[in-house]
Design a protein around this ligand. Structure first.
Ligand code: NDP
Length: 456
């Protein structure tokens, strides 16, 4: 069998690349050995968001009483959630593989590895391809401490037989913060351990601070500046020793300590490919090309910006460039992102610290009680922040922590990507009464930063 394009990995990026290339008329093969749709659809973004919805209903049901609803709330029934989530995920995963068939791509439900730069073995068959795309994604990484195998990772969290009564989550990144919200919202006693003073290293400091406050307000016990030392099983109970010498007794320890590229068993050396020493990522250039010109890599296996929409954008651009009429590259500047904490965070562009280093920036910040909670009394705040270039008035960054933040920031990302200025925001009429309108009514500058750097 010979293909114009062979894609290894049927996740968001690989499927998009294969589907679009096939639609352009290329003869395409694609291999996936685990689940069509990959991490995002099966054990990532999609099921995670269903679990966030589930967690939010608990608080919403309590809050509904303050609006006059006669609702009685009881404990959460975990198996109902997992079954409903599994059904929807199976439906979506099926759509992914059907889309490939409908576009004429040949699918292989098998693991693929290189035999030489143009030859791949997949499910016992040898196939050759003119061009090859590696889109194998990543997997959770765990720290090397005694008893690490007693802990779970995100892959497992979606299929637990029962909800833990107590859980300790290690890692203050996206996954740690999101699952802390899920488990605490569903009623578990939840601890979050992270080795920085605040969670979400790399995000704007005001967001990080606001997040830590809201995690605490949600009842999550925070352990900043702390790392795990060992885990022991004592009659089914897990004892987690921490660097501050405390021992936490819990039902479940969950590592959310980062992800690494899936490069094992690909036999990259047979294709003449090298991976980075740090975590095995495959280096690529702006054209998504590896060191071997006819082999490309997209998505998490490249460890650039590990976000589903980036992988799909890369897959689409690559298919268009190789087989469509208009070759193009994608920009990783101003990529918006969200953390589905409760309430969520969304962000686009520069943080205050980055902007300060890049020259002077005007900061506009507001923090308020969202309208819904004026009646519920729930101690929940919304924070919104704009970073504006002091010299050009261009909006450099927008950040929000509060209900609907990801829905609101998507639109702002378009404005910022298009070069909008603060004056453009100011002349835009708000939608009333919303939280979003604050982004166009922020008039009082909170502070000016980075002027010393700009003057140098
Ligand atoms: P992250 O890289 O976001 O966070 C990892 C966390 O684990 C950090 O707090 C890190 O600390 C900590 N950590 C790493 N190693 C150790 C260690 N040995 N001991 C103690 N702590 C450690 O990874 P996640 O696993 O949360 O998520 C992986 C990636 O998946 C994300 O970066 C994101 O790209 C993607 N993702 C995106 C989502 C979304 O778009 N909503 C949702 C989930 C995942 P430190 O900061 O000090 O390094």
């Amino acid at each position: 069998m010979h293909f114009d394009l062979f894609v290894i990995g049927g996740g968001s990026g690989g499927v998009r690349c294969a589907r679009i290339a096939a639609a352009h008329g290329a003869k395409v093969g694609i291999a996936e050995h685990r689940h069509w749709g990959g991490t995002c659809v099966n054990i990532g973004c999609v099921p995670k968001k269903f679990m966030v919805f589930a967690a939010e209903y608990g608080a919403n049901a309590i809050d509904a009483k303050t609006y006059g609803w006669d609702i009685s709330t009881g404990p959460h029934h975990w198996p109902t959630l997992i079954e409903a989530k599994n059904q929807e995920v199976a439906r979506l995963s099926g759509i992914y593989s059907r889309l490939l068939d409908q576009n004429g791509a040949t699918t292989f439900n098998a693991h693929a590895h290189f035999l030489d730069p143009h030859t791949i073995e997949v499910g016992g068959q040898r196939i050759t391809a003119e061009k090859i795309v590696i889109a194998t994604g990543g997997h959770p990484e765990t720290p090397d401490i005694p008893g690490a195998d007693l802990a779970i990772v995100s892959d497992d969290a979606f299929f637990l037989k029962e909800m833990p009564r107590r859980i300790v989550i290690i890692g203050g990144g996206y996954i740690g913060v999101e699952f802390a919200g899920i488990f605490s919202g569903l009623g578990a006693e939840t601890h979050l351990i992270y080795r920085q003073p605040l969670p979400l290293r790399g995000f704007d400091e005001d967001l990080r601070l606001s997040l830590a406050e809201s995690l605490t307000a949600n009842g999550i016990k925070l352990h900043p500046d702390t790392v795990p030392k060992s885990i022991k099983d004592e009659n089914g109970e897990k004892h987690l020793a921490l660097s501050d010498l405390t021992i936490l007794e819990t039902d479940l320890v969950f590592f959310a300590t980062g992800r690494a590229p899936n490069v094992k068993n690909l036999n990259l050396a047979a294709a003449g490919l090298e991976k980075t020493a740090r975590n095995g990522a495959i280096p690529i250039n702006d054209q998504l090309q590896t060191a071997i010109p006819h082999i490309y890599a997209i998505g998490d296996v490249t460890d650039r910006l590990n976000l589903t929409p980036v992988a799909t954008a890369e897959g689409h651009a690559l298919a268009d460039s190789l087989f469509g009429p208009n070759p193009r590259t994608i920009s990783l500047k101003n990529v918006p992102t969200a953390v589905f904490s409760i309430p969520p965070i969304a962000t686009v562009g520069l943080t205050e610290a980055e902007a300060a280093k890049n020259g002077g920036a005007k900061i506009f910040l507001t923090k308020f009680t969202p309208m819904r909670h004026a009646i519920t009394g729930r101690p929940r705040k919304t924070l919104m922040k704009l970073i504006v270039d002091a010299a050009t008035d261009t909006i450099l960054g927008a950040h929000m922590h509060g209900e609907d933040a990801p829905e609101i920031l998507q639109g702002l990302a378009i404005a910022i990507q298009s070069g909008a200025t603060k004056a453009d925001f100011d002349r835009t009429i708000g939608i009333h009464p919303t939280a979003a309108e604050e982004f166009v009514t922020l008039r009082t500058q909170t502070r000016l930063v980075g002027m010393e750097e700009a003057a140098e």
